[in-house]
Design a protein around this ligand. Structure first.
Ligand code: GUN
Length: 291
């Protein structure tokens, strides 16, 4: 069997078209959605992510404000900027790109963002709300994965789901969203004793470990849905050395899986799409006086 491809570019194009319509409606009501993006330091991957986020905002009709700080920036300067943005009614979302340079206390920075403008869903209060099944801003990557499952007609309720990776950005919130949707969830990580024994049981396998080609076809249950959150490069010596690849050996796994996300063009664009969705939701709350 060759797996059905879950196309994140196509789904993003559809959803971003709808979001652009919503942004235009809000602008017509006098509340043009606005997102502030803070980039600290010279991490080249972060610079690319931020550029893509800002470009996607512009295209969807979301006003974006970008603030750049050098690698040796004073945390107090960034915290003061966040405080000003919290008080700015034209700003509906605030995003601080991670990772931050070592002089920063990441938790302190994330907690400084107003809960109602935390469109990344990283503030402890939004994480707590998610864990309790209350309305919240959900972290964009796992939220995007849930949309891919929904639009891909992948049944989640009752499914055995295995999440590989336990980060605050992807693995943990992914497990919570899948649990909320009725899956039976196992979270695997670097200390897991027999990873393949777990992954081979998964109806839905979400992989977010950040290592190229870590999941081979023999680790996938026939017919499973495989979601690859990884963004790596094929290693030296590989015929595709230097090109983008995920955490899953796509060419091998697609022969076993029932549905699979490609890299690039899978989860990546959905992360940005959900950032736009969260920003527009925040602007809608402001327009309706619900903030
Ligand atoms: N770094 C890696 N992923 C993300 C993300 O989704 N949001 C932010 N702010 N930083 C990240």
């Amino acid at each position: 069997m060759t797996a059905r491809i879950l196309d994140g570019n196509a789904l993003s194009a559809k959803l971003r078209g709808e979001l652009a319509g919503q942004a235009a409606e809000l602008a017509a009501r006098g509340v043009p959605p606005g997102l502030a993006v803070i980039l600290v330091g010279d991490n080249p991957a972060s610079a690319v992510y931020v550029r893509n986020k800002v470009a996607a905002c512009e295209k969807a009709g979301i006003r974006s404000l970008k603030f750049d700080y050098p690698q040796d920036a004073e945390p107090a300067a960034v915290l003061a900027r966040i405080a000003a943005l919290n008080d700015d009614p034209a700003v509906h979302g605030i995003l601080v790109q991670l990772p931050l340079p070592p002089q920063f206390d990441e938790k302190q920075v994330l907690e400084a963002i107003s809960v109602g403008k935390d469109v990344d869903g990283f503030h402890a209060e939004n994480v707590g709300r998610l864990s309790q099944g209350q309305p919240a801003f959900f972290p964009c990557t796992p939220h995007g994965v849930m949309k891919m499952l929904e639009y891909g007609d992948i049944p989640v309720s009752g499914a055995d789901a295995v999440v590989v990776g336990r980060s605050n950005i992807v693995g943990k919130p992914m497990a919570m969203l899948l649990t909320q949707a009725g899956a039976t969830v196992t979270v695997c990580h670097s200390k897991t004793r027999d990873l393949a024994a777990h992954t081979r049981r998964a109806d839905i396998l979400v992989v977010a470990i950040g290592r190229a080609l870590a999941i081979g076809a023999e680790m996938v249950k026939p017919g499973a849905t495989v979601i690859d959150v990884g963004m790596n490069r094929f290693p030296d010596g590989h015929p595709k050395a230097g090109k983008l690849c995920g955490d899953v050996d796509f060419e091998a796994a697609r022969e076993v899986a029932g549905a699979i996300t490609p890299v690039p063009g899978g989860v990546g664009p959905m992360t940005i799409t959900m950032l736009l969705a969260n920003t527009i939701e925040s602007a809608r709350r402001a327009a309706e006086g619900r903030r």
